[in-house]
Design a protein around this ligand. Structure first.
Ligand code: FRU
Length: 480
């Protein structure tokens, strides 16, 4: 760890008990606003997270890229702001790639290839020639991600549009080109461009989909995802497009979808209908880390634009979801299922509840510390798993219910110490495949952050709750 890192505090194990909503293992900014994860990359064995940040306050303004690093995806160390807003330009979302071959020529000859950040320049009214325009720009780092230099030729891609943003870039080995995925947010379009050097970009194709038109499109990602059980020469993979919409999300407000298909280096072809990435209210702008071989690792913003400014935390605002791995599994009808597994820190206390039974004695847990509940729900009998949070004679409840049709919903309506997101109580339902008898669950509760993995990773539910309680009692009750 460098001296700069030591002088800045860590979000991890030393979290104060007085900051009652602050999670321990979900990334939070120290004392300011955060939205989308940006530029996530695994580089030289370290996980870098950049994020939309207002370095000056607790609201969505002065957008810059905050920066943190982690060795284990569980605890994070804050670093200085990487890319800072100016009077003429805010730094909107984007990605970071390792230009290992120095294709951009941004590192000196003979030096290791640079890290290159591709971000959206959101030009302010003070900009002399591009006021109100959004275009794609570059910054680069030759010291592994601490110091960044804005490229003198910015922007590198400009369509003279007010809503052209969120560049996600990856290297496509087959075509030997960089690929950039962006949105024309209010036109419901994903634009793909390719480049040999990250500096000059050629338009390749446009992807759109008539069923996803409930809100503006933001933060696209396009990733190669392995199919489990296929190996060696017969190894299979598919391409997955991840897309956030606001509103139009699966549980109301903003949310994220996945589209499974194919990619030939220029165009994405859809092979299955869109489906939610997450059934909860709080998973937005989810994108994958660069630099990860095998199963991709994704992380999202654990918030929702419908109420992001009203979360009862101060002065910090917002957490990230836990990271999750992705892979595909073939189903009986020959289609592919997206499977997501939460990456849960080892230090989280785990309680195995087994097959739930209403006769089981309630389990009492310390709600100020993260915990993880695992078990099996019967899809045949209506029942509820209730987490009762107690503090000062006030009981708050988080309810996971299974109804007579086997549908599973997480209801947080009564889980908060003060009124919060009144119209956003329930997750979207998880509907298990026909004939399913039992559904496994893996629920992580880290103060205000809930991540639930259902049915071996066939569904995830991310939600914020604000019980502010010291104790949680787990009950199993009959009835939906
Ligand atoms: C998504 C988003 C992006 C944009 C950024 C601005 O939450 O609206 O489209 O780049 O946030 O903060």
């Amino acid at each position: 760890m460098t001296t700069t890192e030591q002088s800045l505090s860590s979000t991890s194990a030393d979290v104060s008990r007085t900051d009652v909503h602050r999670p321990r293992f979900h990334f939070t900014p120290e004392s300011t606003w955060m939205n989308d994860p940006n530029g996530m990359i695994l580089h030289d064995g370290r996980w870098h997270l950049f994020y939309q940040n207002n370095p000056l306050g607790s609201d969505h303004d002065n957008l810059s890229w905050g920066h943190a690093v982690s060795d284990d995806l569980a605890t994070w160390t804050h670093l200085p702001v990487a890319l800072r807003f100016s009077e003429q330009e805010m730094i909107f979302s984007g990605s970071v790639v390792h230009d290992a071959q120095n294709s951009s020529g941004l590192a000196a000859p003979g030096e290791p290839g640079p890290l290159v950040a591709l971000y959206t320049s959101a030009y302010t009214a003070a900009h002399p020639t591009r006021a109100g325009i959004q275009a794609q720009s570059i910054a680069y780092s030759t010291d592994g991600g601490t110091e960044w230099t804005h490229y003198a030729g910015n922007p590198v891609l400009d369509r003279d549009s007010a809503n052209f943003r969120d560049p996600k870039v990856f290297w496509h080995a087959e075509s030997e080109r960089w690929v950039m995925v962006t949105v024309e947010a209010v036109d419901f379009q994903i634009h793909l461009h390719t480049s040999a050097d990250l500096l000059s970009w050629e338009h390749a194709s446009v992807f759109t989909h008539p069923e996803i038109d409930g809100g503006i499109w933001e933060c696209p990602d396009l990733l190669r995802v392995p199919v489990a059980g296929s190996a060696g020469k017969s190894a299979r993979e598919a391409w997955v497009m991840v897309l956030s919409t606001n509103p139009g999300g699966p549980a109301g407000g903003s949310g994220t979808y996945v589209l499974i298909g194919d990619f030939d280096g220029r165009s994405f072809t859809l092979q299955a209908p869109p489906r939610p990435l997450d059934l909860g209210q709080d998973c937005y702008a989810a994108v994958s880390f660069s630099g990860v071989g095998g199963n991709p690792v994704l992380m999202g913003w654990m918030n929702n634009w419908d109420y992001a400014h009203q979360t009862p935390t101060a002065p910090w605002r917002s957490s990230m979801t836990l990271p999750r791995t992705l892979h595909l599994e073939p189903t009986a009808d020959g289609t592919l299922d997206l499977i997501q597994h939460l990456i849960v820190p080892e230090a989280v206390r785990t309680v195995d509840l087994g097959a739930l039974s209403a006769a089981a004695r309630p389990v009492v847990l310390d709600a100020a510390e993260p915990f993880r509940l695992r078990g099996v729900l019967s899809a045949r009998t209506p029942h509820r798993l209730v987490l009762r949070f107690d503090q000062d004679d006030l009981a708050r409840e988080l309810v996971l219910s299974v109804d007579a049709a086997g549908q599973i919903v997480v209801d947080r309506s009564a889980a908060h110490e003060t009124t919060f997101a009144r119209d956003h109580g329930r997750s979207a339902p998880y509907v298990p495949a026909a004939g399913t008898e039992e559904v496994s669950f893996d629920l992580v509760v880290d103060r205000s952050c809930i991540d639930l993995e259902l049915d071996g990773g066939r569904a995830l539910v991310s939600q914020q709750i604000f019980p502010g309680a010291s104790e949680a009692t787990v009950h199993v009750e009959p009835g939906a």
